[in-house]
Ligand binder design. Structure first.
Ligand code: BGC
Length: 718
């Protein structure tokens, strides 16, 4: 065999070793940095035109790395691939609302297959940063506030994506929890707290998904840039967790050569966005003069090649194929249906009766489509978008507010042909109320656009939509609000409306999913992966650190935040006094009640819990029975919480689909790390001996079953 590293009988490590031995110094340097192809003039001929590109080495059969953003589908944010649409999944928060690990795998597998179809072999997704700031502009890309839920879903998504013989990345490592000042902020937190929260989410995702690559974050963590943070990249990731893949930078997140390399960064991505190509000529010089040992460069390259061998990139080169958008759309539809959360359903106003004669549909461009979030994850719809609106602000330079063309109004018309649907755009609350008064029922579609690179200025719906909802609700007591938001919103009108459906950003087939839930074709089963606060006063940081509003831009109604990067000059830090108590854990410690708790979601049927049996020892196993006591099929997500170190923690869940009257015994066993605290003195996880209270129920605040169990003392490696 002329290329012995192509022998699939060898391990990925052996193959990488054989190939590394063939590389010149220049080859190695070329593998550890690369540009954004769209900013190259001309772009490389074999570039698939995604966010990133690493030159291949044809002489040795090393393929170019064609990298695309892919958190919610194959992105095309600046439309560098003219006319190339993709299947848009619902947002990460919607997927997380399903609490469905198999669905996360299926969604990841679908996105991975579209990546291959478009010639990509490295996916830049998904994100496992925990939601510490409910106004963070990127919450919609992430998976909520709990390390177990986020870690499990991220891991399954990565595994699904990599089942296509490509590499998937996990990002943004770590603590990139606000977009405001993301390029300068120093996120400060206690190490043990970090290990018990955000790092645990990454750890679980890596264990379950084995991503070929990890992307560092923009921010600093405890004084060091995430991309040159030896503690994060070498101590935690590579030593404690034994991670064998490569660490790539975020785009524009490299600040040095030798320091970054020696801290554990293996590849510089999107190099035109850095002050210089640190991993090009400067790295070559640093290796030649011994500042960076040659062995470290070899390690960097070995890590890259090993991942490419391990995940099949060499053996099954990505090649362009036709995409089956119809089949992929079914996955997006399923994800949207399972991610919609029913928050209020007074007097069973939902599902909508087939006898309804006349329904007012108001606002949210519901006649044209469903909203999506902005930034590098932006999926451009296949065919024409439902609607595109110009934006100003930081984001306006490269993004438009994009609606997928799946119109909820059209879907409802198809769903209930006997009903008359009357649309009003919501721009005039009085006119909307007049219409609602003449109808059996009114549905207000409320939207909140969020985007990468900016945080939301408040927790309120923008553009006076609160007033619109109140006005409609005063005119018709049977008013239902459908929220198409990137993150939680406050609901001053909650008592006035009969129903609330949290539809998030619902993707390519979102309008149909919303319609099917409203009309009861689908029984809603989504559960909040994030707490909904009552007001900003409930938050750890009532004001977003560093948030400065710019002057209004004429004709623009969207929020514009102007983080003044220069003002802070990199000396801007945000303390994290909440530590590991993110989201519901924080509310629990404060003894305060959010508007809707983590885990919350209603169904069109009812469930009961019984027969709890708990076992202790090295971990906790909970056995119990769930019964559907209502009159139709439904899915219950039974959540198991334990009180550890004085606070409440999700330690597992069971998602059960039950027919009316059906019961099922379920068993949930905790990951022991969730029962431990991280002890820096060991170092490692320490389970304190003694009794632990366990509650089981439909959300973080309602316990249907409770018991206590005794744990044995134990230590677990980091
Ligand atoms: C984002 C990353 C993304 C990269 C490439 C960055 O601005 O933070 O999530 O993968 O751009 O588009």
């Amino acid at each position: 065999m002329t290329q012995p590293w192509m022998n699939t009988a060898l391990s990925a490590d052996e193959r990488a070793d054989l190939l590394v031995a063939q590389l010149t110094l220049d080859d190695m340097i070329s593998l550890v940095h690369g540009p954004m192809p769209a900013l190259c003039n001309p772009p490389p001929e074999d570039a698939a035109m995604g966010a990133g590109y690493i030159l291949g080495i044809p002489r040795l059969g090393i393929p170019p790395l064609n990298e695309t953003d892919a958190s919610l589908g194959i992105a095309n944010p600046r439309r560098v691939r003219a006319g190339d649409g993709a299947t848009g999944l619902p947002s990460g928060l919607a997927l997380a609302s399903s609490w469905d690990i198999d669905l996360a795998y299926e969604a990841g597998a679908m996105v991975g297959s579209e990546a291959r179809d478009k010639g990509f072999n490295v996916l830049l997704g998904g994100g496992a940063n925990l939601t510490r700031e409910p106004r963070c502009g990127r919450n919609f890309e992430y998976l909520g506030e709990d390390p177990l839920l986020a870690g499990k879903l991220a891991g399954a998504g990565i595994k699904g994506a990599q089942s296509n013989q490509i590499v998937c990345t996990l990002k943004h490592f770590a603590l990139n929890d606000q977009e405001t000042c993301r390029h300068v902020v120093d996120a400060r937190i206690d190490e043990a707290a970090l290990r018990e929260s955000d790092l645990l989410a990454f750890q679980i995702a890596i264990e379950d998904g084995d991503p070929g690559s990890i992307m560092c974050a923009y921010n600093k963590v405890n004084g060091e840039w995430a991309g040159e943070n030896e503690f994060l990249l070498t101590q935690v990731l590579k030593k404690d967790w034994g991670y064998r893949g490569w660490v790539m930078s975020d785009w524009g997140a490299v600040h040095s050569t030798a320091k970054a390399v020696m801290a554990g960064l293996d590849q510089e991505s999107g190099e035109q966005l850095d002050k210089q190509v640190y991993f090009g000529a400067p790295l070559k010089a640093a290796v030649e003069d011994g500042e960076v040992p040659f062995e470290r460069l070899t390690d960097m390259v070995h890590r890259i090649l090993r991942s490419l061998f391990l995940h099949g990139v060499f053996d099954a080169p990505a090649e362009r194929r036709e995409t089956d958008y119809a089949a992929n759309g079914e996955v997006a539809l399923k994800a949207a249906e399972h991610g919609i959360v029913l928050l209020k359903n007074q007097n069973s106003v939902l599902p909508i009766s087939r006898k309804a004669r006349r329904i007012a549909v108001i606002g949210g461009h519901a006649d044209q489509g469903v909203l999506s979030g902005g930034g590098s994850s932006q999926v451009i719809p296949v065919g024409a978008p439902g609607l595109e609106l110009e934006v100003g602000g930081v984001a306006g330079a490269f993004v438009k507010v994009t609606y997928h063309s799946s119109s909820p109004l059209r879907a409802m018309e198809a769903e209930a042909p006997q009903t008359q649907f009357m649309f009003n755009d919501g721009s005039d609350p009085a006119a909307a109320a007049d219409l609602a008064r003449t109808c059996d029922l009114a549905i207000v579609f409320a939207t909140q656009w969020a985007t990468e690179a900016e945080d939301l200025p408040s927790l309120s719906l923008p553009d006076d939509q609160d007033a619109l909802i109140s006005s409609v609700a005063r005119a018709n007591s049977r008013t239902i609000v459908v929220l198409e938001t990137g993150t939680p919103v406050v609901m001053p009108w909650l008592d006035q409306v009969a129903g609330v459906l949290q539809a998030w950003y619902s993707g390519t087939r979102g309008g149909e999913a919303i319609s099917r839930v409203l009309f009861g074709e689908v029984n809603p089963s989504g559960r909040l992966p994030i707490s909904f606060p009552r007001s900003v006063e409930d938050l750890v940081r009532p004001e977003i650190p560093g948030l400065i509003f710019g002057p209004p831009i004429e004709g623009q109604t969207l929020p514009t935040t102007r983080p003044d990067v220069q003002q802070h000059k990199g000396r801007f830090s945000v303390e994290h006094p909440e530590g590991a108590d993110v989201g519901y854990r924080w509310y629990d410690r404060q003894g305060s009640t959010p508007l809707f708790p983590f885990g919350f979601g209603l169904s069109y049927t009812d469930f009961a819990y019984s027969a709890l049996a708990l076992t202790g020892g090295e971990t906790i196993t909970a056995k119990f029975e769930v019964t559907n006591t209502g009159t139709r099929q439904g899915i219950e997500t039974a959540q198991v919480y334990a009180r550890v170190a004085g606070g409440s923690r999700l330690i597992g869940w069971a998602r059960v689909s039950l027919k009316a009257g059906e019961s099922r015994h379920v068993t949930v066993t905790a990951d022991p790390r969730l029962l431990a605290t991280y002890d820096l003195g060991v170092p490692g996880w320490r389970i304190a001996p003694g009794a632990v209270e366990v509650t089981i129920g439909p959300d973080a605040q309602r316990a249907s079953l409770a018991g206590s169990v005794v744990l044995a003392e134990s230590l677990i490696a980091p």
